[in-house]
Design a protein around this ligand. Structure first.
Ligand code: AHR
Length: 500
């Protein structure tokens, strides 16, 4: 039986949100140093930023960038990263057992964000530090001149406030690995008080409380319940983080990873709405899915240095992504888009070198991983309203979820321009599947393009020497036959079909 998609212009979920296409720059491994910043690189601009990476960031279609961590931020002193560079201290970063030279800090990041044309999202340290330091960095970033921190910013060459809107109240505070890890009750108190005072300083902020580090955390859902019960009126979003990988050769479960993302989002929504009902509030809490990706956490490249070795910008978490990884990744984006009614922001973790779509060689080239492509195409072509697509497809068994649909899809519909874009994965191990969708409800449409990302070897990857091994290619089987969209979806593939 074919993959049948049922869609109609009136099946609207929510507008496509640009913030769905956020990413993340952490002081981790080579994300900052030799990633976005490398003053000796032939492509470096006057501020030391790699212009090849800037160009790829813009091509990727990144909307916002979370900074400066991650686990790093929970031990970070933001003041170390501002002022004259030669006076900035080097420090041990305990999270990644590295030395942080502090050559790049808030002002450099803001300069980079301007050039990359991205909105900044800033995380404060609620691990080793607290409310006072959160207010200090907020004043440094956003206060008009006339007080100590904003005058310091002006002295450092930035007279105008940065106006950063999105602020994360710490990072993964539910995780026992986190510096300053807290119980839900402890975190609920500090996040609420930080939010209250940060709002007094700057009422327009959008504040994000830490949710769970994965749906597998023992405290998941109870954590969200406790944190939101305390902070409901003072925060706008609750975070969710999720990483997926093929484990112990279980390809089928890996291919169905988006089922977990769907379940995770639905459960956070249910928990937030439970608190809403309990507190008798009108406002709805949205989700900031501010870390998501494929991450082979068990591999050696994710192990931080140890002992006396405290390197600056070591090679860490530099996963190489396969064609199959890109298909699962494209499916995660489908899940995020499908939930645009409640996922108000998302950040791909991370942007450069560290579990990243963009890789760089120090002093050398930058290239695109397989995952670059579904992100760039989805960001470029998702427009207008997200449409709920009902998928009928064969199912496949897997140990993690039991039964999963062999296909998944979402669509966007831009009524003004008349553009309909369908994103669909064949994630079943059964082989090629026929596609069939009735598009009569959209009136007269023509096929603009159909591209598919697929490789006969699902483990084929892009490397520095062969960066074009896995790229999207035209899918000539896709055609519009009357009002019916038909075609063939190869096994383990991600496709985008554009009509107008
Ligand atoms: O993105 C890598 C790490 O994953 C982040 O530092 C942390 O927040 C998460 O556990």
């Amino acid at each position: 039986s074919p993959v049948t998609l049922t869609l109609h212009p009136s099946f609207q979920v929510a507008p496509v949100r640009r913030r769905t296409f956020g990413a993340f720059v952490e002081h981790l491994g080579r994300c900052v140093y030799t990633g976005i910043f490398e003053p000796d690189h032939p492509s470096a601009d006057e501020d030391g930023f790699r212009t090849d990476v800037l160009a790829l960031t813009r091509e990727l279609g990144v909307s916002s960038v979370r900074y400066p961590g991650g686990n790093f931020v929970s031990g970070y002193r933001w003041e170390d990263g501002v002022g004259p560079v030669e006076e900035r201290p080097a420090r041990h970063d305990l999270a990644w057992h590295s030395t942080e030279p502090n050559t790049v800090g808030l002002d450099e990041f803001m300069a980079w964000a301007g050039k990359a044309e991205v909105e900044p999202m800033y995380a404060v340290n609620l691990g080793t530090r607290g409310i006072e330091e959160a207010l200090d960095v907020l004043q440094y970033a956003n206060a008009p001149q006339g007080i100590a921190y904003s005058d310091q910013r002006a002295e450092n060459g930035h007279a105008e406030p940065y106006g950063i809107r999105m602020w994360c109240l710490g990072n993964e505070m539910d995780g026992p690995w986190q510096a300053g890890h807290k119980t839900a009750e402890e975190y609920a108190r500090i996040a609420t008080e930080a939010a209250r005072l940060m709002r007094q300083e700057d009422p327009d902020l959008e504040l994000i409380a830490c949710g769970s580090s994965s749906s597998q955390m023992e405290t998941f859902a109870a954590w969200e319940n406790t944190v939101l019960t305390e902070s409901y009126d003072l925060v706008d979003m609750i975070s969710a983080h999720a990483y997926y990988s093929e484990k112990d050769g279980d390809q089928a479960s890996f291919l169905a990873s988006a089922d977990d993302m769907d379940h995770f989002i639905d459960s956070v929504v249910a928990t937030a709405d439970h608190v809403r009902a309990k507190l008798k509030r009108d406002k709805r809490i949205m989700i900031s899915f501010d870390e998501w990706n494929i991450w082979y956490q068990h591999r050696a490249e994710s192990r931080p240095p140890s002992g006396d070795d405290w390197p600056v910008a070591p090679v860490l978490l530099e996963d190489t992504y396969s064609a199959m990884d890109a298909v699962v990744f494209g499916n995660l984006l489908i899940s995020l888009l499908r939930h645009s009614d409640r996922v108000a922001s998302a950040s791909l973790a991370q942007l450069v070198n560290v579990i990243a779509p963009i890789m760089t060689a120090p002093g050398g080239e930058a290239w695109k991983q397989t995952t670059f492509h579904p992100f760039a195409l989805t960001s470029r072509h998702a427009a207008g309203q997200v449409l709920d697509v009902r998928v009928t497809a064969p199912s496949f068994e897997n140990t993690r979820f039991g039964e999963s649909s062999a296909a998944d899809a979402v669509a966007t519909w831009d009524e003004e321009s008349g553009a309909l874009t369908v994103f669909v994965v064949n994630r079943g191990p059964e082989g090629e599947q026929a596609l069939d969708a009735d598009l009569a409800g959209f009136g007269d449409l023509e096929l603009v393009e159909a591209v598919t990302l697929h490789h006969e070897d699902p483990y084929a990857a892009n490397t520095q020497d062969a960066p074009e091994t896995v790229v999207p290619a035209p899918n000539d089987s896709v055609a519009l036959d009357g009002g019916r969209l038909v075609g063939a979806l190869p096994a383990i593939s991600w496709s985008m079909i554009r009509l107008a």
